[in-house]
Design a protein around this ligand. Structure first.
Ligand code: LMR
Length: 328
């Protein structure tokens, strides 16, 4: 079975071959949905590939497929379990059918900034959570940061009431759906690659995402400005199939995981810079960014935070308490 799998991976690798992999190297297809430059995930995936391909030459070869050129996030995990793709880094909102533990990241106003997210992830609880999907065959390897989410629509959003009656594109997360319902809005789950078109044609009125994702997909071009709500986080889990990982030679696996860890530390440390650049690029493109005063922001907190109650049991009150303690 292993030999047959290896052959089929090599054969497909030889067809696509964007990294120029040599025969005999274990080809690792890394599939993701964002742009590759000026983006925290795009930069990290490219750096990971560059380092593996230089330092593990002859042993392993990473091919990165950005921009949904291979799979959208819905298809990715199934393809990974089938052995058609080896690695990816979906946002933590994309794993709900596999586990509920990552719902903590979708709860509005749970983390005050990415430094707090980082601290939570590096705690014992956060590290333990990485293996939540192993019984389903998916191993969590590293957390990668993107940033805080902002909100936009086809009309200015200043007060929570401004969102009433609008339809927002969401990632497939019950928590995020509940968040928009709490605003009197409706939510439509949709693949990332379809959002620009849906905003442009009015299939949905608004969306929430990070500066890098808004800029990378040009959402600001088809929205009436962006409101700087910082109301939630969008962060990633780098994943691989547990079977595939277990099937690697131990020294190859260790070297690959060490490189992945070093890339994670380096790129997570630089995430605020990438985020700020994306925010500035949106301003430079002539779009309006609306900042909220303290009273306005509190109104959004009051409107959205009650959804915690619906999910506290699944997420675990101890996890919520640990996250909150970090914010203080
Ligand atoms: C989204 O679907 O909005 C994000 O998860 C996309 C991404 O990978 O950042």
């Amino acid at each position: 079975l292993t030999a047959a799998c290896g052959l089929s991976i090599m054969a497909t690798g030889a067809l696509a071959d964007p990294a120029g992999c040599d025969s005999g190297e274990t080809v690792v297809k890394f599939s993701h949905v964002t742009n590759s430059d000026k983006h925290p995930k795009g930069i990290a995936a490219a750096l990971f590939a560059e380092r593996v391909n230089a330092e593990m030459d002859g042993k392993m070869c990473v091919e990165v497929y950005p921009n949904t050129t291979l799979y959208d996030d819905d298809a990715l995990l199934e393809a990974m379990l089938q052995g058609d793709v080896q690695m990816g880094a979906p946002s933590l909102s994309k794993f709900e059918t596999f586990t509920k533990v990552y719902q903590i990241y979708d709860l509005p106003f749970m983390f005050k900034n990415i430094a707090a997210v980082d601290e939570f992830q590096n705690s014992e609880q956060g590290q333990e959570m990485k293996s939540a999907m192993e019984r389903r065959g998916i191993s969590g390897l590293e957390y990668w940061h993107n940033g805080m989410k902002q909100m936009s629509a086809n009309r200015p959003l200043i007060q929570p009431e401004d969102a009433k009656g609008l339809k927002f594109r969401v990632q497939p997360s019950d928590v995020i759906i509940a968040q928009f319902e709490a605003l009197g809005a409706s939510a439509q789950p949709m693949a990332f690659s379809e959002v620009y078109g849906a905003l442009q044609t009015g299939v949905v009125d608004g969306q929430e995402n990070t500066w890098a994702n808004i800029y990378g997909q040009k959402f600001h071009e088809v929205q009436d400005g962006i409101t700087e709500t910082n109301h939630g986080v969008l962060d990633y889990l780098v994943v691989a199939s547990t079977d595939w990982l277990d099937g690697l030679d131990a020294d190859v696996r260790e070297q690959m995981l060490t490189i992945l860890n070093e890339v994670t530390v380096e790129r997570n440390g630089a995430v605020n810079e990438v985020d700020d650049e994306a925010r500035q690029a949106i301003l430079d493109a002539g779009s309006e960014i609306r900042e909220l005063d303290e009273q306005q922001r509190q109104a959004w907190v009051d409107a959205m935070k009650p959804v915690w109650e619906q999910f506290a049991e699944g997420v675990g009150q101890d996890n919520i308490d640990a996250a909150q303690a970090i914010n203080e």
